[in-house]
Design a protein around this ligand. Structure first.
Ligand code: RIB
Ligand code: CA
Length: 325
């Protein structure tokens, strides 16, 4: 039995690669996957999740839930300009040799449980064993806390991709996307007392694959998962080449999953983090106070933040696992 995890995700190309990494890593037992609005509207995200699961033989009994369609207070701002209009690299554009769709649209059940329903079921079944890995905005987790934090105390840990501590944001100079989309949710979650390990841009920016490396990784087109990696990353690589000047694909979400697989990949520090939710210019900024609490004037740390990473080992793990059949 592996380390049991729930993944909360806004697929999203890097989310998709993170999910595939989790499903191809024996250290993890993915018990449930829930979707949240973010990179794409949540209905699209759920469809994207289903398309990704269609590439592999998902674990029997894998539970799927669909979460929040909008942030707590902000209007939803997606990242389809990065991930493609479908949030997954414009998959409808890919065809097999016979002209059939390479990634047929999945048939989804009419009604899916909510994220909260799904998590409640899992926490009841596996008290104290589950790590929640969040790969998108923290709306589902904030709503679960509002509904009643007690069940969430049964979580073993929370690993969240998000924030920017000592580096610029990637949506504004101050804010990282997952926190920017729902700053009120992030502030609520960071003050909750849950055992959170934050995986911010400080480390995820250092774990990236170039177009060339992706071409090398996916050269053997016989594995549908690796062919998906090649197909799905194309749009984001072109965006990065245009905007950042280099065709680099940042493995933001896969690093959060990799930390669940091997926590020694990163070094964390205890921080007290607050999220800017008022000043528009800084909205979504993660404000960290690294000073240790001396006396009552300094707030105690509320999260562990990963600020350094062994990027070489992280990339090696990602490539090795994605290449497993
Ligand atoms: O800032 C990177 C994060 O925002 C990743 O989770 C990516 O998928 C987007 O959701
Ligand atoms: Ca994501």
């Amino acid at each position: 039995m592996g380390h049991r995890v729930i993944i909360d995700t806004d697929p999203g190309v890097d989310d998709a690669l993170a999910i595939l990494l989790a499903l191809r890593s024996p250290e993890l037992e993915v018990v449930a996957i829930t979707t949240v609005c973010g990179n794409a509207p949540v209905e699209q995200g759920t469809q994207n999740l289903s398309r990704v699961l269609g590439l592999v033989k998902p674990p029997t009994g894998l539970l799927i839930g669909q979460g929040a369609a909008r942030p707590l207070r902000q209007p939803l701002q997606t990242a389809t300009h990065v991930h493609g209009s479908d949030g997954l690299g414009e998959l409808d554009g890919f065809r097999n040799q016979d002209g059939s769709p390479r990634y047929p649209k999945p048939k989804l059940p009419r009604a899916l449980p909510t994220a909260q329903e799904m998590w409640g079921e899992c926490l009841h079944r596996y008290p104290g064993e589950l790590t929640l890995i969040t790969l998108g905005p923290l709306t589902n987790l904030a709503l679960a806390l509002e509904a009643g934090p007690t069940p969430l105390r049964q979580l073993r840990s929370v690993i969240s991709m998000g924030g920017a501590i000592s580096v610029p944001g990637n949506v504004t100079p101050k804010a990282e996307f997952n926190i920017f989309v729902d700053p009120h949710a992030a502030q609520r979650v960071f003050q909750s007392g849950l055992p959170i390990t934050l995986v911010p841009l400080d480390v995820t920016n250092k774990v990236a694959l170039s177009r060339k490396e992706i071409q090398t990784l996916t050269a053997d087109g016989s594995d549908p998962v690796l062919r998906f990696v090649a197909d799905a990353t194309g749009q984001a690589l072109s965006y990065a080449e245009r905007v950042e000047g280099a065709p680099l694909f940042h493995l933001h979400d896969p690093l959060a999953v990799a930390v669940a697989i091997d926590p020694t990949l990163v070094q964390t520090v205890p921080l007290h983090v607050e999220v800017e939710t008022e000043k528009q210019a800084n909205i979504g900024k993660t404000m960290a106070d690294p000073r240790s609490p001396r006396g009552s004037q300094k707030p105690s740390p509320n999260i562990q933040a990963a600020l350094t990473v062994d990027a070489v080992r992280a990339l090696k793990l990602f490539k090795q696992r994605l290449s497993r059949k």
